[in-house]
Design a protein around this ligand. Structure first.
Ligand code: NAI
Length: 509
């Protein structure tokens, strides 16, 4: 099909002019397209048009476009009575209510209205593109065009191929996305598409470890910000989005993937969702709020003044040992040099994916004196430590005091395979690998989409390269071994690349 997505008179129809639809109208008009918009609620499209006009004129006042360009963009937008008036459109994007029947009904009507080579697209956030298209006479011209909220600020757009979508449709939508000054990423239809799938790794694994009593909301948020480099912790993020959005999306993705354990939600989220404890919007969530709606964050445990009498560091993980010895040297701490710890020494281990208990048992160490330190992530802003269930509190406090001696905060969590950051990041990387393995998207596109759509410091593959594919693989393998839960099984994509000693980005011919 010869479809010219670059034609200057390209006309886009937008149906549903709520939060998303109006944003799509704005970027399309600013990108030089003519836009016809409509909404089933009387007056809604006109309201949205006025809103778009205000936004475009404000952009001109701020200098991001000329006044003439802004006026021309506003003139390209028109309100029409309904889908039956969309005949002149080359592409129609739907952003109506998130309901399968409503969307299928709308597209059935549109299909009989527009020309045979008009592209039909949905902005659905959670329904299957293939399923929406299944009722069409011409599913080959149907695709997903998934924007993020707020559209003018979020540059990512996922261009989603349904099972029967033809290439010319996806290619045209990629061009249209670029004309809208977006960063389009191409992928195949899958539950949660790309970004919402990867996002489960962050929020669900965080909830799992709080559910298990390993840590609390505030500490997990602190660790993921300071250690993982995330702009916001997983619970802070869910506070903003609201569990009324996050939890149903998680349940849906889990069931759409036939109960894949990687996406399994847990009771931390569901019970809050059912109790209406949703986050900021319900004035109570993982955090409480003061009168000014500022989150009340429980304070950190202050660093104890105590220090260990002697310190010994296990050599079982040579890289971790070297990192920790370097830090202890900076802190001015003498470390025992024997192959075994002396009778009173604090025993420090540096596991990759193991818990402190496994280290103590398998290395034949005294579990009452064993404390594990996470050395997989940078130690400059925060350190994470954990003991075995038998670790004497005086030894745990001595380790805490010692590692905080230079003023860097230390988070103490309960025994956990993978501490906090190791396991959350490993899950993100593993889900990225499963998206690549299923050929849903290319590794480089997965990283691009995740950094743009979720604002993570790295995409899954970059994280894998920074931490080392072999070490992320070991985190997951150890977790899988210790928990016996297939949730943690490494994907075959990761396993092969880790065993071959190559980057996770390595494609297959
Ligand atoms: P919204 O509720 O702000 O707007 C929906 C609009 O569609 C309303 O103005 C409503 O009057 C209109 N509408 C409903 N049924 C209609 C019909 N049959 N024909 C014409 N107009 C109709 O919803 P929002 O947030 O803009 O979401 C729209 C779509 O975009 C949904 O499919 C949603 O899942 C998806 N989406 C939402 C995101 C978000 O963060 N809000 C992000 C990405 C996608």
């Amino acid at each position: 099909m010869a479809f010219d997505a670059n034609r200057p008179d390209l006309t886009l129809g937008v149906i549903g002019t709520g939060a998303m639809g109006r944003g799509i109208v704005q970027v399309a008009a600013a990108g030089g397209m003519r836009v016809m918009m409509t909404d089933s609620r009387a007056g809604a499209a006109q309201e949205a048009r006025e809103f778009v006009e205000k936004m475009i004129l404000r952009a001109a006042e701020k200098g991001s476009m000329t006044k003439d360009d802004a006026a021309a963009a506003v003139n390209r937008v028109s309100v029409v009575g309904g889908p039956a008036d969309m005949k002149p459109c080359h592409i129609v994007v739907e952003a109506i209510v998130e309901n399968l029947e409503a969307k299928q009904q709308l597209f059935a009507q549109l299909e009989d209205t527009v020309s045979p080579d008009c592209i039909l697209a949905t902005n659905t956030s959670s329904l299957s593109v293939t399923t929406i298209a299944s009722k069409l006479k011409t599913p080959q011209r149907f695709a997903g065009l998934h924007f993020f909220n707020p559209v003018p600020l979020m540059r990512l757009v996922e261009v989603i191929e349904g099972l029967r979508t033809e290439d010319w449709v996806t290619e045209a939508l990629m061009v249209v996305g670029k004309r809208m000054t977006r960063e389009p990423v191409r992928l195949k239809d899958a539950p949660g598409f790309l970004v919402n799938q990867v996002g489960r790794g962050f929020t669900l694994e965080a909830s799992h470890l709080v559910y298990e009593g390993i840590s609390n909301f505030a500490d997990v948020d602190r660790v993921m910000r300071d250690v993982g480099g995330f702009r916001m912790g997983p619970f802070e993020l869910m506070e903003l989005t609201g569990l009324d959005v996050t939890h149903p999306a998680s349940e849906l993705i889990y069931h759409q993937f036939f109960q894949e354990p990687r996406y399994r939600p847990n009771l931390i989220m569901r019970s809050r969702y059912e109790a209406g404890v949703l986050g900021r919007k319900s004035k109570r969530g993982f955090y409480d709020y003061d009168a000014e709606m500022k989150a009340i964050v429980p304070p950190e445990t202050p660093a104890p003044k105590t220090r260990p009498e002697a310190v010994w560091v296990s050599a079982a993980e040579p890289r971790g040992q070297a990192t920790l010895l370097e830090l202890l040297k900076k802190l001015g701490t003498a470390v025992e040099s024997g192959a075994k710890p002396s009778g009173k020494a604090l025993i420090l281990v540096t596991p990759v994916g193991e818990d402190a208990t496994t280290c103590a048992v398998e290395q034949g160490l005294d579990p009452r004196r064993t404390v594990a330190v996470d050395t997989l992530f940078p130690l400059a802003k925060r350190r994470t430590v954990m003991g075995t269930p038998l670790t004497d509190p005086s030894y745990r406090d001595a380790a805490h005091g010692l590692l905080a001696a230079d003023g860097v905060p230390v988070t103490v969590c309960r025994d956990s395979p993978g501490f906090i950051a190791q396991r959350i990041v490993a899950m993100i990387v593993n889900i990225g690998c499963s998206i690549a393995q299923s050929r849903t998207a290319e590794p480089a596109d997965i990283d691009k989409a995740v950094t743009l759509g979720l604002n993570y410091p790295n995409g899954p593959f970059k994280f894998g390269d920074v931490l080392g594919a072999d070490r992320v693989y070991r985190v997951l393998s150890s977790m899988y071994r210790i928990y016996g839960d297939p949730r943690y099984r490494p994907t075959i994509w990761m396993t092969r690349r880790a065993r071959l000693g190559v980057s996770l980005l390595t494609p297959e011919p």
